[in-house]
Design a protein. Structure first.
Ligand code: NAD
Ligand code: MG
Ligand code: MG
Ligand code: MG
Ligand code: MG
Length: 343
């Protein structure tokens, strides 16, 4: 077995007394917020959800049995303020609640963007930590309920109390992450690897690969339905195999023909030019170019973002896919995350 170069923490490494007598404010009740709030509450931690008076999430949080207050009230009451509103909204919410942070309190994040790129400058007398499940929030909740865990990361940016890391580990325990394992990282490493991963491989890279493959087949006269199945639908099966057993697990399960074809052709598709582009994209993440672009884009009312989103929504593969998914039973489930796990 290979040695981990990083330390992995499990349940036994967490000292729950670090959090059991504290109040945790969860600001935002979206993907991560609802999962952290409910998991912590079920773990016996005192939780208050901070939402604006006009937030549509208020009813949902109350229905889930949670106490709801405004972000300012919640932060005033809390020892740990977990900032789980969207990254672009966090600086404004922070300005609202900053005066409620008392010396020794903790300001906590699930992604390092605003701290790493200086969009939030926390007071010097609070702890600043990160507890980031490496998974969408709905799985964080579902895994907790089923007794499983969700792998996660912790990081400490500022430790004024001397127990910032222990408290973060206890929080990670409370949401179920230490059941699966928690890796210690830094705000910088979490932010840069997260942005690079979603841009180059996970969200950006993979959708471009799918669209280019689909268009190549359709332009050559093959039916859009065939192209959809081959280039998008089957991707899930391949990724599941890689997820379970690595690249080798996937190569083992596909035919020898697929293996030989893939091994001889794959590197011609994603080649040294793509690698150079990846390095450029990484540099833009590292030197702050991407962060600046995204911040300015938001200040300008998201003109490019809206345009790109619309073009993506109007791509032929979406129309074909929508029709096909209606016709096939595997996509019956309403819940996206359920769908993602269907065999
Ligand atoms: P989200 O988009 O699901 O929504 C967060 C919630 O914030 C909303 O449901 C709402 O309650 C509130 N909100 C939205 N707009 C608001 C506004 N203008 N003012 C005040 N409140 C508002 O957020 P998310 O995806 O859970 O992201 C929260 C944090 O978790 C981010 O830092 C993100 O990077 C991080 N994160 C997300 C995931 C994920 O899979 N979604 C995974 C790891 C880390
Ligand atoms: Mg503390
Ligand atoms: Mg990520
Ligand atoms: Mg991300
Ligand atoms: Mg095939």
């Amino acid at each position: 077995m290979t040695e981990f170069t990083t330390t992995v923490y499990y349940d036994d490494d967490a000292d729950r007394s670090q959090i059991d007598d504290k109040t945790v404010a969860i600001l935002g009740y979206g993907s991560q917020g609802h999962a952290h709030a409910q998991n912590l509450a079920d773990s016996g931690v005192d939780v208050v959800v901070g939402l604006r008076a006009d937030s549509s999430s208020r009813a949902a949080a109350r229905e889930d049995g949670l106490r709801v207050a405004t972000p300012v009230e919640a932060a005033a009451e809390a020892d740990i303020v977990s900032v789980l509103v969207p990254d672009t909204v966090q600086p404004a919410v922070f300005e609202e609640i900053r005066d409620e942070l008392e010396p020794g309190n903790t300001l906590q994040f699930a992604h390092g963007f605003n701290i790493h790129y200086n969009q939030i400058r926390p007071p010097e007398d609070v702890d600043v930590t990160l507890v980031a499940p490496k998974s969408p929030g709905h799985l964080v909740r579902r895994n907790y309920e089923s007794g499983e865990g969700t792998p996660g990361l912790i990081a400490v940016y500022q430790d004024t109390t001397g127990d910032a890391k222990e408290e973060a580990l206890a929080y990670a325990h409370g949401i179920g992450c230490t059941r699966a394992g928690v890796i210690q990282t830094s705000f910088r490493e979490e932010t840069e690897t997260d942005l690079f991963g979603e841009q180059a491989v996970l969200c950006g890279g993979v959708t471009s690969l799918v669209k280019q493959g689909y268009e190549t087949l359709v332009d050559a006269g093959y039916s859009p339905e065939m192209a959809y199945f081959e280039c998008l639908n089957e991707l899930k099966l391949i990724v599941d195999l890689m997820y379970e057993d690595g690249l080798g697990g996937m190569w083992h399960s596909v035919s020898d023909t697929a293996e030989f074809g893939g091994l001889t052709r794959g590197d011609r598709i994603v080649d040294e030019h793509s690698r150079e582009r990846m390095e450029e994209v990484l540099e833009e993440v590292q030197d702050g170019t991407f962060a600046r672009e995204w911040i300015l884009e938001n200040q300008a009312g998201r003109p490019s973002y809206s345009q790109l989103k619309e073009a993506e929504e109007n791509h032929d593969i979406e129309e074909v896919g929508g029709r096909l998914r209606e016709l096939f039973a595997w996509a019956d489930d309403e819940d996206d995350t359920e769908k993602a796990e269907a065999p």
